[in-house]
Every structure is written in C-alpha cells, then in structure tokens.
Design a protein around this ligand. Structure first.
Ligand code: N01
Length: 504
C-alpha cells in the first residue's frame, strides 16, 4: 500500500475504500444508513450476514413474538408510521416497517447480504479499517459502524446433557416453523421476556406444556387495543397528531423510570401494582408463592403481558420450579429425581452477551484488541466511541440500554451522533477522529457512580451484569438525559483529530 499523507484513503489501497461500512442491517444499521444518506453521505455499504434485513425482528419469529413497547415509540421519529394496527406490534408488522424504510430510502442496493464480518482491523498507517468477511475479500472503510446488535447470538444454557436430547430442540431466536406442535409434549426452559410471549401460544397448540422456571419475574399487564381506522386516517392527515401521541408515550415511560431505573420508594409501588395484577390473575396461593419474585422490580427486565398467568393455569400447562439437574435423551431431569419426557424442548434462555459490544473481534491502534481491554467489562465514551479505535462507532455500545423506554429512542440519539462524526470527518478533511482517553474515563466514572443507585445493581443476576457484577449494559437515567448526553458529544473538545494533510 502506498503511504501518501495527502491522499484520500480511497487511493491508498488496491480495494475500494468506502466512506462508511455499517455492520448489520437491523434497526440500527438501517437507521444509520437513512441518516447518513439524508446528510449527503452516499459512499457506504451495509454488510449483513443474513439474506434479508430486519435483525432482531427477522430472527425472533417465535409464536407470539411482539414488542412490549408501544409502536408509536418503538419506531424512528424520522420515519413515522401512521398505519400501526395496534398499540403494541407483533414481529411481522415491525419487520414490514423495516422493509418499508429500506424500500422508501432505496437501501437494498447498498446491502451486501450473506456476508459475515469476521474481524475488523485498523490499518494505522493508512487510517482505514479493514473489514474481513468470511469467504470473501475484505472491504476497507474510513469509518466503521458496529450495528450488529447486543442480543444477536442465541444463548443455550450450560445444562449437563443438553446434547443428548433426542427430540426436537429449538431456541426462541431460531424457531422451527415447520414443526407441528399439535398433540406434542413440550418443555420450555426460561421465563424471561421471550418465554412469557411464547408460552401462551404453545399452550393453545400443544398437548402439554411444562414451564421450567428458575427465577420468577415481575409481571405488569399489557393490554393491546387495536388502532381504529379513523385514528389511522387522522394520523395520516395530521402528522402532528402522531408526534403528539409519541410524545405522550415518551413522557409516560419517563415517569415509569422513577420506579424502575432507580431503587427508590417508587420501586415498591411498581411491585405493589405487579402483586395486585398477580392476585387478580392467579387464584392458587401455591402458584402465587412460586411466581413471586425475590428481587427488586426492574433489576431484571419487567415482563409486560396479560396472557402469561392465564396460560400457566390452563389444564395442559405445568409450572415446574424444581431446579434442573440435567437434560437426558428423553427430556429434563429435575433435582428431586423426576424425569419429565418431551417431544420438543424450547430454549427461551436469552442470548450470548458479548463483552466487547459485538461478537466481532476488533483490533485498533497499536494492535490493541478490544475484547482484551474489555475483559473485566466494556466501557466507551458516551456509549458509542472507544479511545484507540478511531472512526469506529457502536450502536448499543456500553451502557446504552434503557430499562424503561424504547430502545429506538436511544438508538436514534446514537445514530445522530454517528452521523455528526462521519460528516465532520468529511467536512474537515480528517483522516482520524479518536476519542480522548480522559473524556472517556470521566464519562465512565460518572456512569458507574450513578449505576450504584439503580435497580440493576441491587442484587439480582441478569444479562445486564457480567459474572463479576459489572454493569456495562444499562444507562442509569432518563431517556431525556441519554438523548442530551448524545447531543452533547463534543468532537472538538473530547476527540483528537488528525487531518489528512497533517499525517506524518
Ligand atoms: O432472555 P432472558 P429473553 N436453567 O435472558 C432462564 C429482549 N426482549 O430472550 O432469570 C434454567 O431475559 C433465565 O432464568 P434466570 C429484552 O431486552 C425484548 O427472554 O437467569 N433457566 C430466564 O428466565 C430481554 O431482556 C422483547 O434465573 C435458565 C431465561 O432463561 C432480552 O431480549 C421481547 C438457565 C432467559 O431470559 C432477553 O430476553 C423479548 C438455566 N441454566 C425479549 N439459563 C420486547 O418485547 C437461563 N435460564 C422488546
């Protein structure tokens, strides 16, 4: 490669150098692409491992898959959808929304499908990223956006004998739609946000469903009225009505944060509402005891469903609270020695949560490996940039998770910060924009101090925390504060910039 400090990176390597490579064509990747395009950046590509866009909503197609955040808020403010059919949408409708954004913005031509990124390495002399793709030539980019999603790899539990099961095995995020549940005995492992959506559907289809619960969660009711055609027409005619509805949901969720994010007297109010909901829905005192959580509401994700408790009480459903000893050829053996036999085992056991903010190995300046630096837990500057990894940005990076509001509100703020960084590099003719270590450290000290007062750090175990109890996942505040944090990204004060002309 040539090393001419005054040349555009596109000319420095034999392969073409994109302005930006976006890894993943889910909500975050598509949203980033739209915003870049709107900002006049055309030279980008999305690299997608699958054959269609959609990310989470393409992969999670289990029966009952839906969003527990109202659609009005679970959509981008720059791509409003007057046609949401219900208050909360199912996965198919959300996927159609993503497809429409792709079509409206002519993005399909920019997506390279069936391409799995296997590693990203910073070529320091040339100031470009080399993005390795399985079975293909690498691509090069000035900027990389890691939009591969924090929960994209299905996680199977570490239960002895799991490989021995001779029946059908499926994961919530890898559903077998050809499998006919009619007349089947099904075991479901897990009782988290995915499981409580799956179980009511399975109870209606299978002969018998056994639910293996390790930890009961806090459940709040979720009613889902249809949006009338009159209201939809009104949203179409008067866009201001749509933004007003979105704003109403936004502030409703902000008020929920007072009880869910911080471990406060209001947390007891959330717990009281959840207990009242359980009393109204579950008649058997034994079952109520089994379903009562022993941790603060919000510490694990709240479960939003009005269908789960009724399903558990149907004649063909059993709640099993004995711990699992092992999985056998025929089913699941619990510690008291009973073997429960099944035709099918459903794993609603969550995802592999990568320590490095993405399952992709990332090598930055001076050969630094991000996974090694994050061995004790991830950190970043304002959740989206890490010092020593110039021009590389995360969506849903360290400490950007909402506990009470829509992930898309947070995502939109990240995308705007990324767009600002990309356009700044272009406008100012920069080769490298690298966040300063001191700015990053200040941010993280503040985040970790604030986290000590939150429900997530109040003593339960969840995917939010590492095995050592470090919280690199959640943002300790209101959505309003998060958005302000991202709007306050200061590329002059908090970043080191090297102009193309200044490089030695
Ligand atoms: O996974 P989870 P999920 N033996 O990790 C149990 C998002 N989401 O797929 O609590 C027995 O929450 C585990 O038990 P325990 C959302 O961000 C959003 O349900 O660890 N059980 C738990 O019950 C959510 O947070 C929507 O004791 C075992 C379950 O498996 C994230 O996805 C809908 C076990 C895993 O729960 C993940 O949710 C759905 C073992 N060895 C999901 N190992 C929306 O609506 C694990 N478990 C937006």
């Amino acid at each position: 490669m040539a090393d001419d400090s005054t040349t555009n990176p596109r000319d420095l390597v034999d392969s073409p150098v994109y302005e930006t490579v976006i890894i993943g064509a889910g909500f975050a990747g598509i949203g980033t692409a739209i915003r870049l395009q709107q900002a006049g950046v055309e030279d980008f590509v999305l690299i997608e491992r699958d054959t269609r866009p959609g990310g989470t909503w393409r992969d999670n197609t289990y029966p009952g898959a839906a969003c527990d955040i109202p659609s009005r808020l679970y959509s981008f403010s720059f791509a409003p959808n007057p046609d949401w059919s219900h208050t909360y949408s199912g996965s198919e409708e959300i996927l159609r929304y993503i497809d429409r954004m792709v079509a409206d913005h002519d993005l399909d031509r920019r997506i390279r499908y069936r391409s799995t990124v296997t590693g990203v390495v910073f070529d320091e002399p040339n100031g470009v990223w080399e993005v390795a793709i399985a079975g293909a030539d690498p691509v090069f980019a000035r900027t990389v956006v890691v939009a591969s999603g924090p929960l994209s790899t299905p996680g199977y539990p570490d239960i002895r004998g799991i490989e021995e099961f001779a029946g059908t095995r499926m994961h919530s995020a890898d559903w077998d739609h050809d499998y006919d549940f009619t007349g089947k005995k099904v075991g479901v492992i897990g009782t988290g946000a995915s499981a409580v959506q799956i179980i009511p559907e399975l109870v209606d289809r299978a002969a018998q469903v056994s639910v293996f619960q390790r930890t009961p969660g806090w459940v709040l009711p979720r009613l889902n009225p249809a949006v009338s055609s009159r209201t939809r027409k009104a949203y179409k005619r008067i866009p201001l009505l749509q933004s007003a509805a979105r704003t109403a949901w936004y502030w409703g969720h902000e008020s929920v944060a007072l009880g869910v994010v911080w471990n406060s007297p209001l947390t007891r109010v959330v717990e009281a509402v959840s207990k009242a909901n359980m009393r109204a829905q579950v008649s058997d005192p034994w079952m109520r005891r089994q379903l009562t959580p022993d941790f603060r509401a919000g510490c694990k994700r709240l479960l939003m469903t009005s269908k789960y408790y009724p399903a558990l009480q149907k004649d063909n459903c059993r709640l099993i609270t004995w711990p699992i000893a092992r999985i056998s050829e025929r089913g699941v053996r619990t510690v008291e020695g009973v073997e429960h036999q099944f035709d099918c085992l459903v794993f609603a056991t969550g995802f592999e949560v990568s320590k490095q903010g993405s399952p992709i190995p990332i090598t930055g300046r001076e050969g630094r490996v991000l996974g090694d630096e994050f061995a004790r837990g991830a950190y970043a500057y304002r959740s989206f940039a890490v010092s020593g990894y110039p021009n590389l940005y995360f969506t849903f990076g360290p400490n950007s998770g909402p506990g009470h509001s829509s992930a898309l509100v947070y995502m939109e703020a990240q995308i705007d910060a990324i767009t600002m960084a990309v356009t700044t590099v272009l406008r100012r003719g920069l080769a490298v924009l690298d966040v300063r270590r001191d700015a990053q450290d200040r941010h993280n000290a503040d985040i970790q101090r604030r986290l000590t007062k939150t429900t997530w750090n109040s003593g339960c175990s969840s995917w939010y925390l590492t095995a050592d109890g470090f919280n690199a996942t959640m943002y300790p505040g209101f959505a309003t504060q998060y958005v302000a944090q991202m709007r306050g990204v200061d590329l002059t004060r908090d970043f080191t910039a090297v102009a193309l002309d200044d490089r030695a």
